[in-house]
Write a protein that binds this ligand. Sequence first.
Ligand code: AMP
Ligand code: GLY
Length: 428
Amino acid sequence: MNEKNLNILVLGSGGREHTLAKICSQSPLVNEVLVAPGNGGIEQEFRVLPVAVEDNESILNIAKEEEIDLVVVGPEVPLCNGVVDALNEAGVLAYGPNAACARLEGSKAFSKDFLARHNIPTAEYGNFCEVETALEYLQSCSLPVVVKASGLAAGKGVIICNSKEEAETEIHDMLSGNRFGASGSEVVIEEFLEGEEASLHLICSGENYVTLPMSQDHKKVGEGDTGPNTGGMGAYAPTSLVSPSMLAEYEESIVRPTLAGLKSEGMEFRGTLYIGLMLTKSGPKVLEFNVRFGDPETQVILPLVDQDLVPVLISSAKGEPLPEQLKIKQEFALVVVLASEGYPGNYPKGDTITPPSPLPPCTLLIHAGTASRPDGSVVSSGGRVLGAVGTGKSLQDARNSAYELCKSVAFSSKYYRKDIGHREFSRT
Ligand code: AMP
Ligand code: GLY
């Protein structure tokens, strides 16, 4: 591999991938950043390639044709499909875990058993493939109870049930394949945990890792954290919820045992490990593992990194030692997701998007669900359309900038939460 003039291919089409492409393109080591398949906004900044993220063979062909030095994999689906294994076997370097490690996200049943085997704190649970045994276990659970499809379900596979009847219906629907197809063929029934959630992102190279700033997502569609769950309506970082000394404790009780546990089972984790934590009265508990950067969290944590991330991604991809820690700016970042009214249910598509020009100071406009038209205009094409990111010396400044951008972007079905960061502001 060249040490300079690197060609990087970012795989994916959302806000996370737009952010990754922007960050990689700032590196002096990089010749060109390409994105596959990208989106309407990404296309205005980077060359995009029409390849589906599920298609390992085409990805491999394109990586070779374009003489790609590093593939940065954004979403979980290709990771679980073994795209990193396929690329590595063909001698192409790729950032992200192999399929064996990606099971931490691809199978909640696997990840719960892994947590239990290594005594890492998590909610009490049971895994079931049969309705009868699942219902039997349900009788012993207190309410509310959480029913999860074990496989990938694009963030929609977790149902918090307030009655046993509701839980029974969910169990039937999931295990019959009606609800989430094959992803529901195994369910996890889990104790409901109370507390605040925080996201911990690590870049890993086996047992070696660096931490990124702790962030907090806003999963519910409505203000005051109401309404149905979404992929995330906004995020901010860093959060004061987790002090540096608390983080050091979490590293002892959760991060190191996880990476050591994987190694002891023959799995060397490379890439991003995103640990979803519930901070309960009895300490932090792992809600879930993701094996890629969170979205929209990426949009706030990566702009806070004050060094070239490309060499770190390369070291992780190669399984080489990482720097002791990353240099992080003494700043805050906050992203408000501009969604299409109706999301996460049905919503319109094809609204023309008019961004302000120039953008307000200290902002970034990240494209997620957008497409470009032949006339060069960019239109909405997904539920989460854009990320309005603000940065600043205080979270208040970051918020003001983000909301200024929200107001000045126009598209007819624009909907956004007005209270991103509310938990932090009510703490301070
Ligand atoms: P997961 O995909 O497992 O992170 O779940 C998605 C969301 O559901 C989490 O971010 C939590 O808000 C919620 N959730 C999942 N598991 C639990 C649990 N055991 N107790 C309370 N909330 C949960
Ligand atoms: N924002 C939640 C996720 O990326 O899973």
